[in-house]
Design a protein around this ligand. Structure first.
Ligand SMILES: [Ca+2]
Ligand SMILES: [Ca+2]
Length: 235
């Protein structure tokens, strides 16, 4: 088992050559760093990158450079509790699913019973579902074999899913990350807190900010305008 500690990257990360770049010329530059609530940014491109992985996932062709290949059997990541210390949370990832199974998880933060926030395939609607407190928000299920940017936000009065930077659905109810933190057991990427199927496919650019990004900021993140340089926020 590979067991490493999580670090927040503070080095400048240059992201270029995105397929969506040309379509997003109107998006303003958005930079985020640890002072701006950046908690996690995993690109899987550097040997020195540190994260907690279980099941020995390997790296393969990613959205840019390398990505992390989840075998659908026992591969997952565990994130640090500090991502839940804010009043809001934004999670973004480039996914290329190999297959979908009902209840398969992209992430699941909680305790597997009364307090859980999860993103995955909902059996009843056959859509991508974010469950956050009393809120259920849906988006079209990302196609297998293709790259899709999925971004979600949640907080006490917020639950939203964006697909490729565009809002799919948003509700003004949800659950505070701090409330999830109080009873949390697993903070998983690719795995459920219940006995549900594991994510099978590739993930790249796993990005977590401990606040709710605006629609404009989400659009910038999805277009790859992430700059973690200490120069900080610019737009
Ligand atoms: Ca990458
Ligand atoms: Ca494995």
């Amino acid at each position: 088992m590979k067991l490493k500690s999580i670090v927040v990257l503070s080095a400048a990360v240059v992201m270029a050559g995105l397929p969506v770049f040309a379509k997003s010329k109107t998006v303003k530059k958005f930079a985020v760093n640890s002072e701006k609530s950046l908690e996690v940014f995993l690109t899987f491109d550097e040997e020195t990158e540190s994260y907690t992985a279980k099941g020995n996932p390997v790296t393969g062709d990613g959205f840019e450079g390398k990505g992390l290949v989840f075998d659908g059997s026992d591969d997952y990541l565990e994130l640090d509790k500090k991502i839940l210390e804010g009043d809001g949370l934004t999670f973004s990832v480039n996914i290329k699913p190999e297959s979908w199974a009902y209840w398969e998880r992209i992430f699941d933060f909680g305790n597997g019973s009364d307090c859980d926030v999860w993103l995955g395939l909902d059996q009843a609607t056959k859509a991508l579902r974010l469950a956050a407190g009393s809120a259920t928000v849906l988006a079209p299920l990302p196609e297998t074999g293709k790259w899709t940017t999925v971004t979600v936000t949640f907080g006490e009065k917020n639950a939203a899913i964006y697909i490729d930077g565009k809002l799919s659905q948003k509700l003004s109810k949800g659950v505070s990350p701090k409330k999830v933190l109080a009873t949390v057991k697993g903070i998983y990427v690719g795995k459920s807190n219940w006995n549900d199927p594991m994510y099978k496919g590739i993930m790249d650019n796993i990005f977590v900010v401990s606040r709710i990004l605006s629609a404009e900021e989400v659009q910038a993140v999805a277009a790859g305008f992430i700059n973690t340089d200490s120069a900080g926020y610019q737009k």
